[in-house]
Design a protein around this ligand. Sequence first.
Ligand code: PLP
Length: 380
Amino acid sequence: MTRFREAVIDLDAIAANIRHLSAVIGDPQILAVVKANAYGHGAVPVARMAVAAGASWLGVADVEEGLELRRAGITAPILAWLHGLDTDFAAAITADIDLGLSSVAQLSRVADAAMELGQSAAVQLKLETGLSRNGAAPGEWDELFTRAAALERAGRIRVRGIMSHLSNTSPADDAEAIARFDEGLAAARAAGLTPDLVHLAATAAALRVPESRYSMVRLGIGIYGLSPFEDADSGDLGLIPAMTVRGQIAAVRRVAAGAGVSYDYTWRAQEDSTLALVPLGYADGIPRQASGRGEVQIGARRYPIVGRIAMDQFVVNLGHDTAAVGDEVVLFGDPVAGVPSANDWADAALTVNYEIVTRIGHRVTRSYCGGAPAEADAQP
Ligand SMILES: *Cc1c(COP(=O)(O)O)cnc(C)c1O
């Protein structure tokens, strides 16, 4: 039975997506991006399934996210690439987490931590190639590569990889970033570095820019079965959306024409209508921007959200139809099953599908289907 509020994660869909993407991409290794609780899907079960399906690396933003995977007993290679001044590099080195580094200052801190531990740290140098985020800028490359090569000779670090990230703005912008990345790679090699891993592409470029694949691709949204493109949906890409968000109707009420609904009465019934109350709100990651715009599936039909989405609940208009308390309401899932998609919600909320799934909150129970029996119904 459908729970009060739940996100059902199909681990078999995640495995199928990884296998499909791997077949499309060919030789390069796959790093499965499981940051942000695996885009809301549950970091530990997704990471386990990703590795079982052929991902050779796991990627996270923060070291703490990598440590969570290690605490769960995951032994696959992990890379973490976004750090603060209080990031515990010693804990990362001890836990055998590779560190994506963007500056000489970070490199020095990691080398110091490695020396204190009497251990060598595995690092991957992140280059700025156009995104204007956290890679090392071309002007810093010489110093970064020279320092890294010296630390490597001294046995303090191993430069295992060189990486960057694309903006996906246009083919021309990506080509420019690739050319800059190639310059950075050449400079790193000239400085004596011998990275085993070279990686630039996330899902979008991995699919559409073959020359960006190098030795590994970092796949996030695609493994969750969602499309990074505006001109293609999951089905067009051969992907299966892994997350279904659904709940139970919490109340059903018949109202007279003119009745106002939810805060500020932004909607009033035009005629006598049946309303259903859905117990998910913006505390659960349901975007308030979708008030009066989104749709849900109840039984065989779509019904519109009316009035404001509140913190814990929203109202849908069933019109002349009826429903019972406890009936299942599906917010989004695989459109092939006839339900709204994360893309539909993204359109309604003026955002992207990434944000729709990633925002789904803690109060929404995750349950798992597919995968190893041990994963079934595990809590993340
Ligand atoms: C989040 C992220 C990815 C994954 O991007 P998708 O578009 O979800 O495939 C890859 N690389 C880096 C550096 C990221 O931050």
